[in-house]
Design a protein around this ligand. Structure first.
Ligand code: MSP
Length: 570
């Protein structure tokens, strides 16, 4: 087992990973996964966030000319789904199909470019789970024992005494709750199948040395968990209590624990157990901090016990809150993504989530912040730059002008050098941020570039230069070339985050599909005296405003029922 672990991780690290981007980054040429979503409630903003992050990383990998798969799907078994179906007077398969479809439709609307959508009720998944269970059994990791302890149905989690605390509920009754989630727990004593988790502590500690968990504060949390008690884990429930699940292969009186079932979805999409199709390789799992323990302790332990390599990377994000409280269906404080898409457009909504969401701290959602950010970054800065540099008044021929190094005024040389230095380094900086799961910083860096370009355009005022001497006019054409080239750079880099808006920019600039990648696609070539094929080329058709300004409540009163980007004003 140790040999396989070392060999597989080592191979991928040396060939694909450390050479390219160094320590700490995502592994390329591999599977990126989102969590699979519970079907006991409709998708909300928090779920969409997990999926948009996964999609952006997946698209960024493609932009760099490398391959990855993106899997997502729905988690359909367990007592929570059983109970939700009963409450609605449905049978579980009906509820699962209905809500799973809602997730699929939502992800399609949000432009999530998943390569696989897995449902845990699919036969391919039960096959993977049963095979995995038998492997654990054969390798001596499963035994029958009695589980006694706290169980939290809402979180489908077994908790130690220290992970629970006493609380008074709204009726004044004393109840026990999970410290982490605040959900009620119940005492359970049941004969179950147990997994020898305790025996895997050394292997887990060794895995942690490969620096698989980002950002670092979450790695420290996991290290701390592994220093504490690590009892064996109950991995089945008696089927008279939990019937909606996959039966233990050799004992149908037990149902496989829903988290073991759910985690195996990542193997299902890798076509496990068929090693010839798509061997389980390095994986980057994206997940919210609430499900860290399942992914950072149980999942690598299960994989190691089955003789498979543990995950290459776990990228953890924090939560969206509403007035400081975690958004969740049970608290009825969720933001409806459909409403947000209606208000801000798909790409506006994606941009806000990616730019304001942070892996390390919770973020509060409110419509004012969305409006302020989108107006400043998309409508004014980016949209303004595109508008000004392509407007017929500024560019009557609607062409890319030519750049001549000899036309740069001496007084501007230093300023230009600084700008070009920053912009030429932008692709690498963005790549570094993306592959270390700092998407918000990647977008911040692009926005910084846009602002510098706007300042440069403003300071050089090509609209004035065009009325000046021959030299002024030649420099004016250079300024325009530089601005269009900068926009081509921003459009290219923004494709993973806001594919629709990026397409509008690149279409307007007349950029062919072969020039929309980061691989073998140099920027600002003419400034180095190299050939740049865009010079003299026609711009694309006018696209109108890139992103319409969003109105605040007061302005809204002045334009009742006005719609923007196909969205109503907020
Ligand atoms: N079914 C499990 C995951 C199994 S993966 C093998 C689950 N499902 S979930 O629907 O409850 O959550 C799915 C994802 O949505 C998790 O990454 C979770 O962190 C994320 N979010 C749910 N609410 C959230 C917020 N309020 N904010 C950000 N993300 C949150 O857990």
């Amino acid at each position: 087992m140790r040999w396989l672990y070392g060999r597989v991780i080592g191979r991928w690290c040396s060939v694909r990973f450390s050479r390219k981007i160094g320590h700490g980054g995502a592994v390329r040429g591999q599977l990126i996964t989102t969590p699979i979503f519970y079907v006991n409630a409709a998708p909300h903003l928090g779920h969409v966030y997990s999926a948009v992050l996964g999609d952006t990383l997946h698209r960024h990998t493609g932009l760099c000319g490398e391959e990855s798969g993106l899997s997502t799907g729905t988690d359909e078994h367990g007592i929570k789904v059983q109970q939700a179906a009963a409450a609605l007077g449905l049978n579980p398969p009906e509820l699962c199909s209905r809500v799973s479809q809602q997730f699929r439709t939502m992800f399609d609307t949000m432009g999530i470019s998943y390569t696989d959508f897995v449902r845990t009720t699919e036969p391919r998944h039960s096959r993977a789970v049963c095979h995995f269970w038998k492997t654990l059994e054969e390798r001596g990791y499963i035994y029958k024992g009695t589980y006694q302890g706290w169980y939290c149905t809402s979180d489908e989690a077994f908790l130690s005494e220290e992970q629970t605390t006493e609380k008074t509920n709204s009726n004044g009754d004393k109840i026990r709750v999970s410290v982490e989630s605040g959900h009620q727990v119940h005492w359970m004593s049941e004969e179950n199948y147990m997994f020898r988790l305790s025996s895997l502590r050394p292997n887990l500690l060794k895995w942690l040395q490969t620096d698989p968990i980002h950002p670092a504060p979450f790695l420290r949390i996991v290290q701390k968990w592994l220093e504490e008690d690590l009892p064996d884990l109950s991995v089945s429930r008696q089927s008279n209590r939990v019937s909606w699940g996959i039966p233990v292969p050799s004992d149908p009186t037990h149902t496989i624990y829903v988290w073991l079932d759910a985690l195996i979805n990542y193997l299902t999409v890798a076509k496990y157990p068929d090693p010839s199709c798509s061997p389980w390789g390095p994986s980057t799992h994206l997940l919210g901090k609430d499900i860290l323990r399942f992914h950072a302790v149980y999942w690598p332990a299960f994989l190691l016990a089955a003789g498979l390599p543990p995950p290459a990377k776990l990228f953890i994000h924090s939560h969206w809150t509403c007035q400081g409280v975690k958004m969740s269906k049970s608290l009825q404080n969720v933001i409806d993504p459909t409403e947000c898409i209606g208000l801000y457009g798909r790409d506006g909504f994606r941009y806000f989530l990616l730019r304001n969401g942070s892996p390390e701290r919770d973020c509060d959602f409110n419509h004012n912040s969305v409006r302020n950010l989108l107006n400043a970054s998309l409508a004014d800065a980016l949209g303004g730059l595109l508008n000004r540099s392509t407007a017929p008044s500024m560019n009557p021929e609607q062409c890319w002008p030519c750049y001549q190094c000899t036309s740069v005024p001496i007084s501007v040389k230093d300023q230009l050098e600084t700008l070009l230095g920053a912009l030429q380094g932008l692709p690498q900086l963005v790549d570094q941020y993306m592959t270390t799961f700092q998407v918000h910083k990647a977008l911040e860096a692009i926005d910084g570039g846009v602002r510098s370009s706007n300042a440069f355009l403003q300071s050089q005022a090509p609209w004035k230069l065009s009325k000046g001497t021959e030299e002024d006019q030649a420099w004016g054409r250079c300024v325009l070339y530089l601005t269009l080239e900068a926009l081509r750079l921003y459009g290219t880099l923004l494709q993973p985050a806001v594919p629709g808006l990026a397409k509008t920019i690149l279409d307007r600039l007349g950029v062919g599909h072969d020039y929309r990648t980061l691989k073998g696609n140099p920027f600002f070539a003419a400034t180095r005296g190299e050939n740049c094929g865009f010079q003299g080329q026609k711009l694309g058709p006018d696209c109108g405003l890139l992103y319409h300004r969003l109105l605040d409540k007061e302005e809204q009163g002045l334009c009742k029922d006005q719609t923007q980007n196909g969205n109503r004003c907020t």
